[in-house]
Ligand binder design. Structure first.
Ligand code: SF4
Length: 327
């Protein structure tokens, strides 16, 4: 029998209710995630890419059980996890960790790096005795390429990139199968960004980790990811292997995002596609294709009929067009 994927998300729905008025009734709902699905294999990196407001961070938090979904299913290693109690979900965190954009939100500023790293080891019973704990802490610092002397210092004594290395070491401490990186390099300078991306790529290969890499920037994920899922207004509009998505995008939104990514060869230029307007509010997404208000190729059918994800093999897009004009 085939092994199930490490992570499987089926028809996931998360709507946030907006309360308002004098009686505190429901004034509306934000459709943050609507009927979204994907699978992630062991040792694979999938990047979830989209503008701010596309719902990608909600997907990450829902997988970790930090937010309860309103519909759909989440499976880890063949076991359904979206309906587990908070206590059972906490136990599962050993297998699923997250690295946030701002390491200060996950690192206690009053704890030394040693204590930050010792905490998950103690929580999950992963080091017996002081000597084993110390050895494990030094191993973690080696893995993220920080000097062992860093163990005695506080998070504020480090640069942004070094703090993110500490956050990655902390995420690695429980020996997880999956790390969700939620805009984990977005706040860093370009050169530091590249160093952290290289570090994550090396760790992913060395440890056989699965990474769900959430980012608003397609250019960042190119050298790290195996597959890309592009999100727009709570839905995946294109998903496929990295090279196929980069070289032959099938959705106009992906095409527009890619047109802003610099080419490695400065002599080669992409035709820049500037999308009109901002992403519509997820409180009131457009009927039909949700991208139709900004799509340069919109036609009548797009305004009334929502396209399903379709395509040959593993590269699929949600668009009524069979091919992009000019492709
Ligand atoms: Fe554009 Fe229509 Fe395709 Fe939507 S379905 S992306 S509006 S062409």
């Amino acid at each position: 029998m085939n092994k199930p994927p490490l992570l499987e998300v089926n028809r996931l729905v998360k709507h946030f209710l907006i309360r308002g008025g004098l009686l505190g009734g429901i004034a509306g709902r934000v459709r943050a995630v609507d009927d979204l699905g994907f699978a992630l294999e062991r040792g694979e990196t999938l990047s979830l890419v989209g503008e701010s407001g596309s719902g990608k961070s909600t997907v990450g938090r829902t997988i970790l059980g930090l937010i309860r979904p309103d519909g759909g299913e989440i499976w880890l290693d063949g076991a359904r996890i979206d309906q587990l109690s908070r206590a059972r979900m906490r136990a599962l965190r050993q297998r699923m960790q997250i690295v946030f954009q701002d390491p200060f939100s996950s690192l206690n500023p009053r704890l030394s790096v040693r204590d930050c790293l010792a905490e998950p080891l103690a929580n999950f019973g992963l080091a017996r005795g002081k000597a084993e704990r110390e050895r494990r802490i030094f191993d973690l610092l080696d893995q993220v390429m920080l000097p062992r002397a860093a163990a005695d210092r506080l998070p504020h004594e480090f640069s942004g990139g070094q703090r993110q290395r500490i956050a990655i070491a902390r995420a690695l401490a429980p020996r997880p199968d999956l790390i969700i990186c939620d805009e984990a390099v977005s706040a860093l300078d370009v050169s530091v960004k590249a160093q952290i991306i290289n570090l994550l790529a090396d760790l992913q290969k060395e440890l056989g980790l699965a990474l769900l890499f959430i980012s608003h920037d397609l250019a960042i994920v190119e050298h790290l990811t195996h597959r890309i899922a592009v999100m727009y207004l709570g839905q995946i509009v294109e998903i496929g292997p990295r090279d196929a998505v980069f070289s032959r995008p099938q959705h106009p939104y992906t095409e527009a995002l890619l047109s802003a990514v610099p080419m490695p060869d400065p002599e080669t230029k992409r035709r820049r596609i500037v999308l009109a307007g901002d992403i519509p509010s997820p409180r009131n997404p457009p009927q039909g294709c949700r991208f139709h208000t900004r799509c340069p190729y919109v036609f009548d059918r797009c305004r009334v009929e929502a396209p399903a994800l379709r395509g040959p093999g593993t590269h699929r897009a949600a668009c009524h067009l069979d091919a992009l004009p000019g492709a």
